[in-house]
Design a protein around this ligand. Structure first.
Ligand code: GLA
Length: 652
């Protein structure tokens, strides 16, 4: 069973019929059927067309669109249309526009311009969501609700008076008393002791660095404020259509929203992914985000948007070479997506996205793009049996949003060079290169289904999280600058690694970040030399064995990497963590596969995906025999996979 009642995998994209005269719609649905499209995302930005004046609805055009889609076998991922508030709402209530940290109200004329805390916006959005839900509850095309659009895109936070009020109530709910807040925020520092709730404000532009505990709560609050918008609409949709799954499209590995919390509020996880065709490592980065999507609910997810070719929002928008749209789509399936969808179906003639690629380009059906769209539809049908299959990972990477926000708070850290996404990628890349499946996990989830758990960084680590890590019976790896602060961003007594100290058998005496461009030599116990950059620490062991030491420089001879039982600690960032990773994998009994450069291997139950991202043919020895679902050929032994080609083996 797939994610919706559409059988097999989903194939389609965003469809914006309101940008086209009605005669074009007939051609659209005919061509959709030709390409094998079975789902379209509709009405994402249609508020001003569906409700042109307060409480006045014009659903006729959308009725016709949904009927047409249904007649041609295309289901609807129907949006509640609340992503862009219409001009009349903005002019009647100018305060729904978001305000930036410097106090400027942002003007209408783009999209997603609303204050997440605005009661006026929330009420108007909920009213429209109800009207849409009641209108289409029984429409046979409806298979999924799409709420908002890419929450936190364009508007991540708002600093207006209404947001300030909402922030204060959020803080009251969290701390109950001002004493509690003053203690948590450490307001004795720099004279910030609050004596009235009304004195609290969002962290607007201030003369100097803002209290980092206030910033951390602001990040939590801003994620929650947007989530409240989603949840308000979701509640209405569930009331009217309890059985229709509700989603909102995520934005891959995004710092601004706590996706563990968000995913828990959704029925299915959907993601928008735009790997840059100009970046030769893009397939590794996007693989990490796909694995996050699969891990959020530990079930298949859906690639709801991707680009058939070029996007229109980079400085230089490079198209996808022949075969790359297919390869990228197969990659999403390989990592657990139950479909392939694009932005967008028909290329726009106007607006900021008129040069963004589409399944059906300006040039029409006589184009390479269209031929690839049709061919991919056929491939997706061949892979229908992949829908609903699971991925089993033995290795997990820890990701925690509170910790991420703390780590990347500006102007208060020993170094601003530690970026969590990069730290995750540093461990993810070698696992990916070995064809080892990886889940992402929050630090508090039961970890004992895994053999290896890696926390590349856990700057903020609570006693409970540390206890959960300590209860993990497999191989644990912890990266530098971890266990530093508690949930209030206050340094743990005795310093790092705080609650992880006993588990790791080490104590960090001093953080020793490296200046930009400087490297530090590290030598393993068996004499191998490595270089570390960005970060080192003055480490004292308290029972841990030393696996590597610093050589040269102020830390010469001091421990760099340690092991305490099954827990390995790295106090630095080696440019290549492979020697430590391989030892940990071997100790855990996790085996990888030797793969040519650029070849990716992924498994879903009964299926093996081999994807050649390289520009040259690659020879791969198959770990199992089976039938290539893309070609129908029986394969065994070694296969040669052409550049940008793939094999999807069905095996027993
Ligand atoms: C995002 C949005 C879409 C579109 C694409 C273009 O994913 O959700 O509406 O703007 O970007 O890449």
């Amino acid at each position: 069973m797939g994610l919706t009642r559409v059988p097999g995998l989903l194939y389609g994209g965003d469809y914006n019929p309101e940008q086209w005269p009605e005669e074009v719609w007939e051609e659209d649905v005919r061509l959709m059927a030709e390409a094998g499209v079975n789902v379209a995302t509709v009405a994402v930005f249609s508020w001003s067309r569906l409700e042109p004046a307060p409480g006045v609805y014009e659903f006729g055009w959308l009725d016709r669109v949904l009927d047409l889609l249904h007649e041609h076998g295309v289901a609807a991922d129907l949006a509640t249309a609340t992503a862009t508030p219409p001009p009349w709402l903005v002019r009647l209530h100018p305060e729904v526009r978001p305000q930036d940290a410097a106090g400027t109200r942002l003007e209408f004329g783009s999209r997603q311009g609303y204050c997440p805390s605005s009661p006026v916006f929330r009420a108007a959005a909920v009213r429209l969501a109800r009207a849409v839900a009641e209108r289409y509850a029984d429409h046979p095309a409806l298979v999924m609700w799409h709420v908002g659009n890419e929450y936190a895109d364009h508007t991540t936070e708002c600093f207006c008076e209404e947001s300030a009020r909402d922030f204060r109530s959020w803080l009251r709910a969290r701390y109950t008393t001002l004493d509690g807040l003053n203690a948590a925020w450490g307001t004795s520092c720099w004279g910030q002791h609050y004596t009235d709730w009304g004195q609290l404000e969002p962290p607007r532009k201030a003369p100097g660095p803002v209290n980092p505990a206030q910033l951390l709560d602001w990040r939590r609050f801003s994620s929650d404020a947007l989530l409240a918008c989603f949840e308000a609409e979701r509640a209405v949709l569930k009331e009217v259509t309890p059985d229709v799954p509700v989603t909102t499209n995520f934005m891959s590995v995004l710092r601004d929203l706590d996706y563990w919390k968000w995913a828990a509020a959704e029925d299915l996880v959907t993601d928008d992914a735009y790997p840059d065709p100009a970046d030769p490592r893009a397939h590794v980065k996007v693989a990490l985000s796909y694995d996050l999507m699969r891990s959020l609910k530990r079930q298949p997810w859906l690639l709801l948007e991707s680009a058939p070719g070029a996007v229109s929002w980079r400085e230089v928008n490079v198209p996808k070479a022949p075969g790359v749209m297919r390869l990228h789509s197969l990659q999403a399936l390989a990592h657990g997506s139950d479909g392939v969808m694009f932005f967008q179906w028909r290329q726009a003639r106007y607006g900021p996205e008129k040069f963004h690629s589409a399944m059906l380009p300006h040039g029409g059906t006589g184009t390479r793009q269209w031929r690839e769209t049709v061919a991919l539809g056929a491939d997706v049908r061949r892979l229908a049996g992949v829908a609903g299959t699971e991925t089993r990972a033995e290795v997990a990477l820890v990701l925690d949003w509170d910790s991420w926000w703390g780590l990347e708070a500006p102007e208060s850290l020993p170094s601003n060079r530690l970026k969590l996404h990069q730290l995750l990628l540093a461990w993810y890349a070698p696992l990916h290169a070995r064809g080892i499946a990886v889940d992402l996990t929050p630090p508090g989830r039961d970890l004992n289904g895994y053999r290896v758990v890696i926390a590349p960084n856990l700057y903020l680590c609570t006693e409970e999280q540390a206890a959960n890590l300590a209860s993990f019976r497999g191989q644990l790896v912890v990266g530098p600058f971890s266990g530093v602060v508690d949930a209030d961003d206050q340094v743990h007594p005795g310093g790092a690694p705080g609650p992880l100290r006993e588990l790791l058998g080490v104590r960090v005496e001093e953080f020793w970040p490296l200046p930009d461009g400087e490297v530090q030599r590290v030598e393993t116990a068996d004499g191998r030399g490595l270089t570390a950059s960005t970060w080192t620490e003055w480490l004292e062991t308290e029972g841990a064995e030393v696996l590597a030491r610093y050589r040269g420089g102020p830390l010469d001879g001091r421990p760099a990497v340690t092991r305490n039982g099954t827990a390995t600690y790295l106090s630095c960032l080696p440019e290549d963590p492979a020697p430590f990773l391989d030892a940990v994998l071997a100790a855990a009994g996790v085996t990888g596969t030797e793969l040519p450069e650029g070849v990716e291997l992924c498994r879903r139950d009964g299926h093996l995906f081999l994807l050649n991202h390289g520009a040259e043919p690659a020879t791969v020895s198959l770990p199992t025999d089976g039938v290539d679902l893309l070609t129908g050929r029986q394969l065994s032994g070694t296969v040669v996979i052409a550049a940008h080609d793939a094999v999807v083996l069905k095996h027993s």
